[in-house]
Design a protein around this ligand. Structure first.
Ligand code: SAM
Length: 246
């Protein structure tokens, strides 16, 4: 049996319109079968995930895999997270549109693009200098102008812009960094994978005055959060924690 790849039409090239229609249908399938089927219900979020062209955030040779149910490599040992994990973490932030958000781990910029469409202002910090310009360019090309990408160690947060209504950490930490708890606004929500280098638990923290209520949102595997309040370079766990699965 011969199976044609979905991006190929036997005997001819696919037109731009056909390609766009195909990509939109793959996005729709991703939203229905990977995200809604697992219980994500936030209507605004689902709409944004239908719109943002995830294939523009992966390396050119992986465009055909952009809508699959897994993380993908983006270079320098880093990954773009699994679509469901992006949706789950974003839904946990309960964004309504007026928030100031901090993301730690810009990576490809895909999560930042989604946050940009759902919140008022987004600051996204990336430790790997080479990833930031590409993320900025992708956001610019999509007309998303409320996201600022900053190069630095996000494990210390961003004191100059604190407090934040929502903080999302897209790398796995040994513990919740204290500066992030301090930079959370009253009523604010922080979502972060916490655990060993090979396996973490997604923890949602909601600040209520001086109280920090925590909820366990299930297992996950992320690349490590390196830095002052994350893993130290010396205990860097090689490449085995190199995916963001859900
Ligand atoms: N959110 C990204 C996306 O949508 O493509 C995926 C992030 S990837 C799973 C984790 C990212 O966290 C990597 O790009 C890594 O370089 C970054 N990172 C790790 N430690 C960091 C730190 N202390 N500060 C900022 N970024 C960090």
């Amino acid at each position: 049996m011969f199976i044609h790849h979905p991006f190929e039409v036997p005997g001819r090239l696919r037109s731009m319109d056909e390609t766009e229609a195909l990509l939109a249908s793959l996005r729709e399938k991703m939203v229905r079968e990977q995200i809604m089927a697992r219980g994500v219900r936030d209507v605004r979020l689902l709409e944004v995930m239908r719109e943002i062209p995830r294939h523009l955030f992966v390396p050119p040779d992986l465009v055909r895999e952009a809508y699959q149910d897994n993380p993908l490599p983006i270079g320098v040992g880093q990954t773009i997270s699994q679509p469901y994990m992006v949706a789950l973490m974003t839904e946990l932030l309960a964004l309504r549109g007026g928030e100031k958000v901090l993301e730690i781990g810009t990576g490809s910029g895909y999560q930042a693009a989604i946050l940009g469409r759902l919140a008022r202002r987004v600051f996204s910090i990336e430790k790997q200098e080479s990833l930031a310009p590409r993320a900025r360019e992708r956001l610019r090309s999509l007309g998303i102008d409320n996201v600022e990408v900053i190069v630095g160690d996000g494990s210390a947060g961003l004191p100059r812009e604190a407090p934040f209504d929502a903080i999302i950490v897209t790398a796995g930490a040994p513990d919740i960094p204290q500066p992030l708890l301090e930079q959370l606004a009253d009523g604010g929500r922080l979502v972060i994978p916490v655990g060993s280098s090979g396996m973490q638990t997604l923890i949602l923290t909601i600040r209520e005055g001086d109280d920090y209520r925590q909820e366990d949102k299930g297992g996950c595997v992320f690349v490590p959060l390196l830095g002052k309040h994350g893993w130290k370079w010396s205990d860097r766990p090689g490449t085995r924690g190199g995916t963001c699965a859900g």
